[in-house]
Design a protein around this ligand. Structure first.
Ligand SMILES: [Zn+2]
Length: 92
């Protein structure tokens, strides 16, 4: 598999490091949020992961290149890469 870094171009996968699924971070706790609900949201964010068969959005870093943090959208069934964008330009 190859990934196309926006800075470096097409590179072998071994230059990149998987950094995890792109997840929306839970809202910060407010005075109105019950502690149990807040704790449940953070538990899910930190410990529970889906294992999708299909499109997946993932963080990768170009460790052996420019060190850019990337968002890669790929199909987990075929490993076809649909897009690679800079994480700084892509909302979660
Ligand atoms: Zn790069």
């Amino acid at each position: 598999m190859r990934l196309t870094c926006p800075h470096c171009g097409s590179r072998d996968l071994r230059e990149f490091t998987f950094r995890g699924a792109v997840l929306a971070r839970p809202e910060a706790a407010s005075g109105d949020t019950p502690a149990e609900e807040w704790s449940k949201d953070w538990h899910g964010y930190l410990h529970l992961r889906d294992n999708p068969a299909g499109l997946s959005r993932e963080y990768w870093s170009h460790e052996m290149g420019c060190a850019a943090f990337l968002v890669v959208t790929r199909d987990t069934r075929t490993h076809e890469v649909h897009s690679v964008t800079l994480a700084v330009e892509t909302p979660a």
